[in-house]
Design a protein around this ligand. Structure first.
Ligand SMILES: [Mg+2]
Length: 202
């Protein structure tokens, strides 16, 4: 079995880093807490909010990455992959630099550093190797990559990926989402990694 997984907001959870950075920049009150998507919607509803949102993303995906968490259940899923002898790949649409980051932090290096720190790559019992981690410049390149990898399953939090015209028909599409239906018919929406483990291995 060949399994591909998206990185941002699928393996790594930035909710707390986004909320903390927004509080620190005075974009929200000191008492504010919430999800990344709630913060995005809040900022975008304001004049100039899109720029503030992009600036926040530049920080969070670069320097802020060390404060990000792994979604519960990812480790267990990867252990199950290793036991099943499955090949696991990360395929992510991630540019090397953020749009609004004056410090020019290499986002891909930051992501690899986080994966190493979390023990997901380059560890003795890891299901992933650093050579199986792909960062692509565009969504189209991401889909091209995952098509070339001939994956049986791809797991992503963004429906856009599965809706790309060249997304391979033979690849089972698992949408990692807590959002309510309706979801596109060809996606399998699963809300937790425990659900994904059951869906893949049960
Ligand atoms: Mg994602």
């Amino acid at each position: 079995m060949r399994i591909g997984i998206d990185f941002d907001n699928t393996i790594i959870c930035y909710d707390k880093v986004f909320a903390a950075a927004a509080r620190q920049r005075g974009l929200v009150p000191e008492s504010w807490d919430g999800l990344k998507t709630e913060l995005r919607d809040l900022l975008r509803s304001r004049a100039g909010g899109e720029l503030a949102w992009q600036g926040l993303q530049g920080f969070v995906y670069g320097k802020g990455v060390c404060g990000a968490e792994i979604y519960p259940g990812v480790r267990e899923f990867l252990t199950a992959c290793r036991k099943a002898g499955a090949s696991v790949y990360i395929v992510s649409h991630k540019t090397r630099f953020g749009h609004q980051d004056p410090e020019r932090v290499d986002l891909r290096e930051a992501a690899r550093g986080w994966l190493r720190g979390a023990g997901l790559i380059d560890a003795a019992d890891a299901a992933l190797t650093v050579g199986n981690v792909y960062f692509e410049d565009t969504l189209a390149a991401k889909v091209e990559r995952l098509a070339r990898l001939e994956l049986d399953i791809f797991i992503d939090d963004l429906v856009d990926v599965f809706e790309q015209p060249l997304f391979p028909k033979a690849t089972r599409s698992i949408l990692f989402t807590q959002s309510r239906p309706p979801h596109p018919a060809h996606c399998e929406p699963l809300a937790t990694w425990a659900d994904i483990s059951r869906g893949v291995f049960a």
